[in-house]
Design a binder for this molecule. Structure first.
Ligand SMILES: Cc1ncc(C[n+]2csc(CCOP(=O)(O)OP(=O)(O)O)c2C)c(N)n1
Ligand SMILES: [Mg+2]
Length: 328
């Protein structure tokens, strides 16, 4: 897979994945220190190949995501400085410090909503896709949710509605083998999520979620179908949550051999090797890319740390939108 993808796109995907890993490693470090970050820190370490979905989209396309959102948002073009500031609850953050780490919204890049309510993102995304269909827009919506979320009634309702109304909506289930401390086989009777698509009259594809090219190619194909009026589609990324549910979680319930096995399938290492082998980049060029990502993250941290907290009197600003206001 993957040889058909253009070199520029492949380099961009690797670049984004490296930035996401650097960004989240920084959060891991801060989360281990007392009092540095407010709230629960939830990371997508090991799931970075999901950037392939976002890079298959267009700028005007909308994404709706969940609590494990950093890869999606950075890939869509969110500014790492404003994202880090928001995670720290600062005034210069993407939501002026009001959303904190779990409800990040970045309207400038059409990242409409991050919902930490498990299973809430797909119905919200159905609304966005309906708006796109209703206004005759060319844009589509992609929604990210977990394997655990797939068991929620709201997700089935959103899929059914999208199927009935043929909404331009790409459902992206990141099956990372765990939902909190519950393993996939405990909450899913069918062995995979993708096969449920047939119940809603849409295509469903199970892809290797650690293979960036495969993720990108499938997302490109399915999103084109959504855009051409073919209705919704579902893709399931078979991947792995390399860290605990949140940074507080020591994964005492996980067999260490399982983590080791998936570490050997690290999407960034695999993609790095593949691009070197294909002559798309040299090891030195990729190392330079990594160093640059380190600088971007260090600058984001400096910016966030130097920023003030919001003034108490600003607490009610930006809470309501005027009726009829365009919010994305
Ligand atoms: C409606 C609801 N129920 C429970 C929770 C608590 N909770 C937060 S994340 C999570 C697990 C979600 O698992 P999954 O959808 O697989 O996403 P992952 O964390 O693996 O990315 C749970 C149970 C919640 N936030 N919202
Ligand atoms: Mg999960």
């Amino acid at each position: 897979m993957g040889t058909g993808n253009e070199a520029a796109v492949r380099l961009k995907m690797l670049n984004k994945m490296i930035l996401v890993r650097r960004f989240e490693n920084q959060i891991t470090e801060l989360a281990a220190e007392q009092g540095r970050l407010p709230g629960m820190q939830i990371l997508a370490t090991g799931q970075e190949a999901a950037v392939g979905v976002v890079l298959a989209l267009r700028t005007e396309d909308v994404i709706v995501t969940n609590h494990r959102s950093h890869a999606h948002l950075l890939a869509k073009g969110a500014d790492p400085r404003a994202l880090m500031a928001e995670i720290m609850g600062k005034e210069t953050g993407v939501n002026h410090g009001k959303s904190g780490t779990l409800h990040l919204i970045v309207p400038e890049v059409n990242a409409l909503m991050t919902s930490t309510v498990v299973g809430a993102s797909p119905p919200l995304a159905a609304g966005a896709a309906f708006a796109q269909q209703y206004t005759g827009s060319d844009a589509i919506t992609a929604v990210f949710f977990g394997d655990g979320a797939a068991a929620e009634g709201s997700v089935h309702e959103a899929m059914n509605l999208a199927g009935v109304w043929k909404l331009p909506l790409l459902f992206v289930c990141e099956n990372n083998c765990w939902a909190g401390a519950q393993s996939f086989d405990v909450h899913c009777s069918t062995g995979n999520i993708a096969s449920r698509a047939v119940s809603y009259g849409m295509p469903g594809e199970l892809v290797n979620g650690n293979d960036t090219d495969e993720v990108y190619e499938t997302a490109s194909r399915l999103s084109a179908r959504c855009r051409e009026g073919g209705g919704p589609a579902l893709m399931e990324l078979a991947t792995y949550r390399m860290r605990g549910h949140g940074e507080y979680d020591r994964q005492h319930y996980v067999d260490p051999a399982e983590i080791e096995e998936w570490a050997a399938r690290d999407p960034i290492l695999l993609y790095r090797e593949r691009l070197i082998e294909a002559g798309v980049a040299t090891a030195e060029q990729i190392d330079a890319m990594d160093e640059e990502a380190g600088r971007i993250v260090a600058e984001a941290l400096r910016f966030a740390e130097d920023s003030p907290y919001p003034a108490p009197e600003a607490a009610l600003d930006h809470v309501w939108a005027e009726a009829g206001a365009k919010i994305y």
